[in-house]
Design a protein around this ligand. Structure first.
Ligand code: SF4
Length: 327
């Protein structure tokens, strides 16, 4: 008899989504802080949360990272790391003015959107940036060309847009949006702006769309979908919405296993489980252990893509690491 056959079936199962958790940009950003702490020693200042996850931020704080909101909180001449979400050009200028040693952990896929914004602005396009008002990534991207960029926060915002020349307008987007809602927003924009151009390649990143895709696959079979992630994590919040839209009977976002309310599991036979792109897998394993204690011992991993993308560390950090290695 195999081990699986020997395991008593409880009738309660977990559908574990894959891909889930860390993406290449988050992995690089977290490693950037860890390597900077090793190389330069504590404290290392980080402007904004390096990634939107409470556990990650608390862990790095314990290692000597100090999270600040703005450059002016960083002592002159100290090292500051810019978060994965990207910053507006003025933030680099402020850092220079304070003689800060700046290390840029912006995800290369966010940088790609910044480059698109700069290019279309240089060609004098009106740029419609689809994204969530106040999100750090949107503030950073809009800062590349404030005179050319208008924010479109969801389908209803599409009706408020006015442009100078309807034949010279392009849409770009935040990387962590709902794929389906963004398509809806674009369709609404196109009813008023039929010549609206699309970005040269998808702005919603591979990690966001892959995590949404697998959740859609499992949602209809789930009595409840639990997403591990923080409330300020755009891609994590979207996963709950996608699960509900795709037929999950309920969906909840938790930072930690202990936040699960047992009432969510009452009468449930199938629990879906996934995590946002800024979530270390140990937090998902904690939820699996929690569920197993409540009889959800059958775990089926549903895999819809294998992700192999990695990004190298920021150049400025790699240069200093090589110099240190040479002694
Ligand atoms: S979610 Fe996408 S854009 Fe954001 S850090 Fe990860 S890979 Fe980069």
């Amino acid at each position: 008899m195999t081990e699986a056959e020997a395991t008593p079936k409880t009738g309660k199962r977990v559908l574990l989504a894959k891909p889930r958790g860390y993406c290449a940009g988050v992995d690089r950003a977290v490693q950037t802080v860890e390597e900077a702490l090793k190389l330069y020693g504590a404290p290392i200042y980080v402007r904004k949360q390096i990634v939107h996850n409470r556990h990650v931020v608390q862990t790095l704080e314990a290692q000597g990272a100090i999270f600040v909101e703005e450059n002016e909180e960083v002592p002159e001449g100290a090292t500051v790391i810019f978060s994965a979400h990207g910053v507006a050009p003025e933030v680099y200028e402020q850092a220079k003015a304070r003689s800060l040693k700046a290390i840029d952990a912006t995800c290369p896929l966010v940088t790609k959107v910044h480059q698109e914004a700069k290019r279309f602005a240089a060609e004098d396009y009106d740029i419609l940036l689809i994204g969530h008002e106040g999100h750090e990534e949107v503030i950073g991207t809009a800062g590349e060309a404030p005179a050319h960029i208008q924010l479109v926060d969801g389908p209803d915002d599409a009706d408020k847009i006015t442009v100078r020349d309807p034949s010279k307008v392009v849409w770009l987007s935040q990387t962590t949006l709902s794929v389906d809602e963004t398509l809806e927003t674009v369709a609404r924009l196109k009813t008023r702006l039929p010549l609206l151009q699309s970005p040269p390649s998808d702005d919603i990143c591979y990690a966001t769309s892959n995590r949404q895709h697998v959740v859609k696959e499992i949602a209809a079979d789930c009595d409840v979908v639990i997403v591990v992630g923080s409330r300020n994590s755009s891609n994590s919040v979207r996963l709950v919405e996608v699960a509900l839209d795709a037929g999950a009977r309920a969906g909840h976002l938790v930072d930690f296993a202990h936040e699960i309310d047992d009432a969510w599991l009452t009468g449930a036979a199938t629990v879906g489980l996934t995590s946002g792109a800024s979530v270390p897998d140990e937090l998902v394993q904690d939820v699996l252990a929690y569920l197993a204690e409540r009889g959800f011992t059958d775990v089926d991993e549903v895999v819809t893509a294998n992700e192999r993308l990695t990004f190298s560390l920021p150049q400025e950090l790699k240069r200093d690491m090589k110099a240190a290695a040479r002694g």
